[in-house]
Design a protein around this ligand. Structure first.
Ligand code: 5GP
Length: 177
């Protein structure tokens, strides 16, 4: 019996994730030909998506990570966003593609996009594996989108519940939530 089976059921399986990541990678490869592209992964939720996506892009990309904290370990957003670890190279002049696990209320991404603008990249776009439009509190333009999902609390493939379940190879839902 796998460790998660009592608590989590599969919502988007690994084959579906990998197929969609390949499609997103192909679209990004087409759109950024000849441009200096930086993938900016938002920690920690985007890590699995970021590493798969980067390998699906047939271009010389730079990988950077930005640590933010917007959740306090539960399932509710606070609306408060803090940068907990910054990039290691300037984004000035780069085409930046922000890679995120999920856009829920959109408040985290709104804050991040405002923060990134001040660093004068050549362009900024958003790539999010998941979007939960039912909970949107601000409009965020998601240029590359994996899956639009209903209002369920999801875990796995980078997403956690109190730091658990990030290593599941699929996106799941908590049983009974
Ligand atoms: P937002 O600011 O858009 O409300 O929230 C963005 C962040 O909240 C995501 O990067 C993620 O860390 C967290 N979050 C939002 N919805 C979910 C969810 O269904 N499951 C998990 N594990 N985290 C979520």
């Amino acid at each position: 019996m796998a460790f998660y089976e009592n608590d989590v059921e599969v919502f988007i399986d690994s084959a579906q994730l990998q197929a969609r990541v390949r499609e997103l990678g192909a679209a990004i490869t087409r759109d950024y030909q000849g441009k200096p592209l930086t993938l900016l992964g938002i920690l920690k939720g985007s890590v699995m998506f970021m590493t798969d996506l980067a390998r699906a892009i047939d271009l010389p990309v730079e990988l950077q990570f930005l640590g933010v904290s917007s959740y306090q370990g539960g399932t509710e957003t606070t609306g408060e966003v803090r940068i907990t670890s910054d990039v290691t190279r300037p984004l000035h002049g780069q085409h930046v593609l922000v890679v995120e696990d999920i856009i829920d209320t959109g408040l985290t991404m709104k804050f991040l996009l405002e923060n990134l603008e001040a660093r004068h990249p050549q362009s900024v776009r958003v790539c999010s594996l998941l979007e939960k439009p039912a909970r949107a509190r601000t409009k965020v333009d998601i240029h590359y989108k994996g899956f639009v999902i209903e209002d369920r609390f999801v875990v796995g493939y980078g997403l956690d519940y109190a730091e658990k379940y990030r290593n599941l190879p699929f996106v799941g839902v908590m049983k009974g939530k």
